[in-house]
Every structure is written in structure tokens, then in C-alpha cells.
Design a protein around this ligand. Structure first.
Ligand SMILES: O=C(O)CCC(=O)C(=O)O
Ligand SMILES: [Fe+2]
Length: 210
């Protein structure tokens, strides 16, 4: 019954033509050491159509990185939109505005950049890291991530070691990593051995955070 209602709601929001974010009333999960995550499942309606559009219109790029003495392919496709760049879909501008408004007092500055990642299948991944370029290494900040397409696990673990926690993200789900999360915790999207469809993650960050 709950599932049936859920799918009716989905149809209702998909019946409206617009793709975009809904109300922002996230549930906060406190982690250790002043880190937290805010969760808002199914924040974006029309997530499947947004996925189809982004797949087509974003100029996805493969990147290579130096690993010791050899160059290896980064296992996902990327596209970064700086603060002056037009975003690839108007709903992303709206998401960024809503996030900036909701977190204005707590963050003290707006979200400005949008980094997009495409995980083509279960072999694509991102290794354990914190977003520590810029002030994320020294100060509290926020990174807001919207996921569309197939769900993938986002894992979080304390930087000093310890058990990881898992959030399965897809279909318009929002997670915001905040407080000290980028320097006291690490996150990763592990490879999956199961048949896994593509996922796009959209990360909104304040100036200088990467
Ligand atoms: O795909 C995600 O949700 C995480 C991506 C990420 O951690 C990053 O690009 O820094
Ligand atoms: Fe990250």
C-alpha cells in the first residue's frame, strides 16, 4: 500500500511537466567530531527525465591521473561548472538557489559551483577521500550532492578509521555533508559487482571548495 501510494505520488509529480526540487526539510544525522549529514530522499521530481537530459547535454569528459609512475583513467566521467558557467539544466540553477537559501545562515555563503560525475556502471567509483581542496581542509563547510539514475552506495567513515556508514542514493535523493565532514570524515562510492545502471551525481559547493 505504501509502495502504491509512493508510485502514485511519483506519477503525480511526473505528470507536471517541470523537473525540479521540492521542499527542503532534511533530516540531520550527526556523525562524530562535529560532522553531520542532512538527508532528503526524493528531493528532485522528474529525476529520471533529468538523468536522460544530463546524459545527452553534458559534455562528459574522461580524465587521467598520475598514479606514482603511471597515468591511469579516472573511473567515472566528469564535467565541472565553475561559478560563472551556465548550468546544463535550469532545474540545477533552482536546486542551487534553494540550497543556498536553506543553508544561508549556517553556511554563511552560497553554493556556487556544480561538479557532475557519471558512473557508467558498477566498475566506476570514487576512492576514499575528503573534499579538501580549499577551505574544506581547515574549516567547516558543506557539499550538497543530488543523485539521479540508478542508486549507488555513498559510504562515509571517520578519517581516523572505524566502521563506515552507507547511504544508497539515487532517484533525486539529496545528501548534504556538513560541519567538519570533509576533514574529519572520508567518503567513497565503491565499485559494485552487481549489475548496476548508470548514476549521475551533482555536487554543489561554495567558492574554493573542491
Ligand atoms: O558521486 C558522489 O556522490 C560523490 C562524488 C565525490 O565525492 C566527489 O566528486 O568529490
Ligand atoms: Fe567527494
Amino acid at each position: 500500500m505504501v509502495d502504491f501510494q509512493g508510485s502514485l505520488l511519483d506519477l503525480a509529480s511526473d505528470g507536471r511537466d517541470e523537473i525540479g526540487p521540492g521542499g527542503l526539510d532534511p533530516r540531520r544525522e550527526d556523525l562524530s567530531a562535529g560532522a553531520w549529514v542532512d538527508l532528503r530522499p526524493a528531493w528532485v521530481h522528474g529525476a529520471d527525465r533529468l538523468f536522460e537530459t544530463l546524459i545527452d547535454v553534458v559534455p562528459w569528459r574522461a580524465e587521467r591521473r598520475q598514479m606514482y609512475d603511471r597515468e591511469v583513467a579516472v573511473p567515472r566521467l566528469l564535467c565541472f561548472y565553475g561559478e560563472a558557467d551556465p548550468l546544463p539544466h535550469p532545474s540545477l540553477e533552482l536546486m542551487r538557489e534553494r540550497l543556498s537559501a536553506h543553508y544561508a545562515d549556517e553556511l554563511g555563503e552560497p553554493f556556487v559551483t556544480a561538479g557532475l560525475c557519471l558512473y557508467r556502471d558498477g566498475r566506476d567509483s570514487v576512492a576514499w577521500h575528503g573534499d579538501r581542496i580549499g577551505r574544506g581542509s581547515t574549516h567547516d563547510t558543506m557539499v550538497a550532492i543530488v543523485s539521479v539514475g540508478s542508486p549507488r552506495a555513498l559510504l562515509l567513515r571517520p578519517a581516523t578509521g572505524g566502521a563506515s556508514i552507507r547511504h544508497n542514493l539515487g532517484h533525486g535523493d539529496l545528501i548534504v555533508m556538513g560541519g567538519s565532514c570533509q576533514r574529519t570524515w572520508e567518503h567513497a562510492v565503491p565499485k559494485s559487482a552487481r549489475p548496476t545502471g548508470p548514476r549521475i551525481s551533482i555536487q554543489f559547493r561554495p567558492r574554493g571548495v573542491r
